[in-house]
Design a protein around this ligand. Structure first.
Ligand SMILES: Cc1ncc(COP(=O)(O)O)c(C=O)c1O
Length: 393
């Protein structure tokens, strides 16, 4: 059976050049970067080289990059780390309703400790209005956390304007750039961003490694205690093979940003036009233009998204219903709900996320398989028959 992977926002295959870069650090160059001997120094050199590469790709300084176990940890460190460091100044955090759980659950945890959190809304296309962020800022606000690109619908948030507002008001600004790295240009010399989270496995790197950019002078308390690793920001022996892989992946996706965007955009347009013209009662979620090239999120009325996912899986196609990170739960997506999509329609949503390796044949295969699945699932739905929509396709 043909297998087609269209879930790149959940994770990506590791690029062969990333594997090649990592391998020596799993074999002969296995040293601990804190060791004084030659093995340790070799590892240390690789670690610092990787830091240099990641910093250069972001327009950052080397000492502004802290390696973590992934973006969940980077988001936790940014949000709880700033909140903790500035708790004497204020205990109010502004975030948005469409953040990843790595930010929302951290805010919830802080709320349990006495912090106050304002979640600003988004509009029906999934964009957070900077004016809403501005309105939410109070005298005791210490942190704003708004993601760069949403993982479910792909909308690109106006982080330049939000950063501008944050800076004017003297509030620290964090953005989760997991879904934007390699898709939208990032330059920390220009962006008014104080902290930015990254994850390797979304950019053809290995799982379990990420980074947090922390602008010089940003107050940040550590979350993990132990040795003096990562300039005392994050204790624990560094994952040298993973970090080397992260750096290689960052190098590849930033180098290829234009060509991969052009390729994905052409395929996404074909996919969207194909679905919208062959299936009735379907809507495309997210902003028509302010959206990354590879992400398309559809709501199929009177179809269960999870059933779609399973049926497509039986035909070898991997997509996601709602956020991959919360799959297993049949709760409608908090992002679509925040966009004003009704819970019933949100339940029928499927996210298709293309990658640099997606081909036209992959899209054609999906376009051949998906419409009959929708038709079959709807034919079994008494709701669809009684809605009167049933005869239209
Ligand atoms: C926007 C966003 N932030 C954070 C994460 C968590 O990243 P990691 O898997 O590296 O912990 C994800 C992963 O789904 C994501 O999409």
């Amino acid at each position: 059976m043909r297998r087609v992977y269209l879930d790149h926002n959940a994770t990506t295959p590791v690029h062969p050049d990333v594997v090649t870069a990592m391998l020596p650090f799993l074999h002969e160059r296995f040293g601990n970067a804190s060791s004084v001997h030659a093995y340790g120094q070799e590892a240390k050199q690789a670690l610092e080289g990787a830091r240099e590469t990641v910093a250069a790709a972001l327009g950052a300084r080397k000492d502004e990059i802290t390696f973590t176990s992934g973006a969940t940890e980077a988001d936790n460190l940014a949000v709880a780390g700033v909140a903790g460091a500035l708790c004497d100044k204020g205990r109010h955090i502004v975030t948005s309703k469409i953040e990843h759980p790595a930010v929302l659950a951290t805010c919830k945890h802080l709320a349990g400790l006495g912090f106050e959190v304002t979640e600003v809304p988004c509009d029906s296309s999934g964009i957070v209005n900077p004016a809403e962020v501005q309105k939410a800022i109070r005298k005791d606000t210490t942190l704003i956390s708004v993601m760069h690109v949403n993982n479910e619908v792909g909308t690109i948030q106006p982080i330049e304007e939000i950063g501008e507002i944050a800076r004017k008001r003297g509030v620290v600004f964090h953005t989760d750039a997991v879904q934007s790295l390699g898709k939208v240009g990032l330059d920390m010399k220009k962006a008014k961003v104080d902290l930015l989270s990254l994850s390797a496995h979304k950019i053809y790197g290995p799982k379990g490694v990420g980074a947090l950019f922390v602008r010089r002078g940003t107050p940040l308390s550590p979350l993990i205690f132990g040795g003096a690793h990562e300039r005392k920001r994050r204790a624990g022996t560094e994952n040298v093979p993973g970090i080397v892989g992260l750096a290689k992946a960052v190098e590849i996706v930033t180098r290829d940003i234009e060509s991969s965007n052009a390729q994905m955009l052409a395929l996404r347009k074909k996919l969207e036009e194909g679905i919208m013209s062959s299936v009735s009662h379907v809507r495309l979620n997210g902003h028509p233009e302010k959206r990354v090239a590879g992400t398309a999120n559809f709501s199929f009325e009177l179809v269960e998204g999870e059933s779609m996912l399973l049926s497509l899986d039986m035909d070898g196609i991997a997509v996601s219903s709602g956020s991959a990170c919360s799959s297993g739960s049949l709760e409608p997506s908090h992002v679509l709900i925040a966009m004003g999509v009704s819970p019933e329609i949100a339940q029928g949503s499927v996210r298709v996320s293309l990658g640099r390796d997606t081909t036209e044949e992959d899209v054609d295969y999906l376009l051949g398989v998906l419409p009959p699945i929708v038709e079959r699932l709807r034919s079994m739905s008494p709701l669809f028959r009684s809605s009167g929509a049933g005869g239209s396709q």
